[in-house]
Design a protein around this ligand. Structure first.
Ligand SMILES: Cc1ncc(COP(=O)(O)O)c(C=O)c1O
Length: 392
């Protein structure tokens, strides 16, 4: 996010023109949507999507690994969950597990992890077969494409996030996009969305992007660790809160973000490709997903650490979502079955992510490889047999 856009968001926060109607128009055209509802977060947008598609007490098929907010949204919507496993080599749905989870579901959630496009046609076919609604959670898909369309254009209902590090905006907020007759349902839930009118929410959006710009720089990687209350790079479960709309300042940032999302993904993809090329020298570290592709959002580069070493956060490498979603206490209360999810469990302990943003230099990538090529020094306890644990 450039300083000029941040400046115009500050003007909005101070009472300048309201960009929300323009954002709705832009989302409708950029994501082939009939209508769009702006929310205070991607989690709220997903919660409303689940409410519309499955309703309280309804059944939703959901990936067993990912952002904990998936569960929070489900709890907020009052739905029950049937988890499908995730293939640790590709981060795509495990086919057999997905097919089993879809039976009896009113809605199926499809996620594009780190902007890697999910097998969209497979999900569409499955939803059609079971008469289920397809919810596309594109919260992590900013800047990704599938064919000639942006990720976020493919569900009956699609969810976007404008939160920190999501590739669009960064000041918080989200959107629920509806296509065809689902636009009528959007109108119905709109009345239940409280306005975001507080000054504090406006300035939080602006200060959030300023802080992120500063802390994302490699020289500042150590800072978040020294300010634990920021909880940066951590994954925590949040109880569902109020259902609110987006602040005007966050909408201003999101508007600029939507316009520039595809172009912003290009250097991230190049940074990911440059890192992948170096991984041959990193001991036991492999890229997941199709190695180099020209259509993904590349929010961060997901890599598997075969040796499950402590993540070298000082060089920007973070552990990813540290638990399989079915194991969260909040999920256990609403989980319908006990389908095994070994892929998700493996990802929870072995997945790491490498930054791909503009401030990462060739020297930083070299530092990452160096750290991992000294892997043995860092206390390798056990080797994993990946082939044996994936896909159950
Ligand atoms: C797949 C997915 N869905 C939903 C969310 C929630 O978005 P937000 O942070 O805007 O609430 C996230 C956040 O990381 C996510 O990764």
């Amino acid at each position: 996010m450039d300083w000029r856009t941040i400046g115009s968001a500050a003007v909005t926060a101070a009472g300048g023109p309201d960009p929300r109607a323009a954002l709705v128009d832009r989302l409708r055209s950029a994501y082939a949507a009939t209508d769009a509802l702006l929310t205070d977060s991607g989690t709220t947008a997903l919660r409303l999507a689940l409410q519309i598609a499955a309703g309280a007490g309804g059944t939703v098929a959901m990936p067993a690994w990912g952002c904990f907010d998936l569960v929070s949204a489900a709890v907020g919507a009052g739905v029950r969950l049937s988890f499908y496993d995730v293939d640790p080599q590709t981060l795509a749905a495990d086919d057999a597990s997905l097919a089993a989870a879809a039976v009896g579901a009113q809605a199926i959630v499809m996620v594009h992890p780190f902007g890697l496009p999910a097998p969209i046609q497979r999900f569409r076919d499955l939803a059609a077969e079971h008469g289920a609604r397809l919810i596309e959670d594109a919260a992590m898909a900013g800047g990704g494409q599938y064919g000639d369309k942006a990720l976020g254009s493919f569900g009956d209902l699609s969810v976007l996030s404008f939160g920190r590090g999501k590739g669009i905006g960064g000041g918080g907020g989200g959107a629920l996009l509806a296509r065809g007759s689902f636009a009528n349902s959007l109108r119905e839930v709109r009345a239940g969305v409280a306005a975001s009118s507080s000054r504090a929410a406006e300035w939080r959006a602006v200060l959030g992007v300023v802080a992120h710009r500063v802390l994302a720089h490699p020289y500042a990687y150590g800072i978040p660790r020294r300010i634990p209350m920021l909880h940066l790079g951590e994954t925590r479960y949040h109880q569902p809160g109020d259902v609110r709309g987006i602040s005007a300042a966050a909408a201003r940032l999101a508007l600029a973000g939507v316009i520039g999302a595809a172009a912003a993904a290009e250097p991230r993809r190049a940074a990911a490709a440059a890192m992948i090329a170096k991984l041959v020298r990193a001991d036991g570290l492999i890229a997941v997903g199709p190695a180099v592709r020209d259509d993904w959002g590349a929010l961060r580069l997901p890599v598997l650490d075969r040796q499950r070493r402590e993540s070298p956060r000082h060089v920007g490498v973070w552990p990813s979502y540290p638990r399989a979603l079915p194991s969260l206490p909040a999920a256990q209360a609403i989980r319908l079955d006990a389908r095994p999810t070994p892929g998700a469990e493996l990802l929870a302990t072995a997945l790491r992510t490498v930054p791909t943003h503009a401030a990462v230099t060739e020297r930083d990538r070299e530092a990452i490889v160096q750290w991992y090529s000294r892997g043995a020094v860092h206390g390798v306890e056990h080797q994993l047999a990946f082939g044996a644990t994936s896909n159950g």
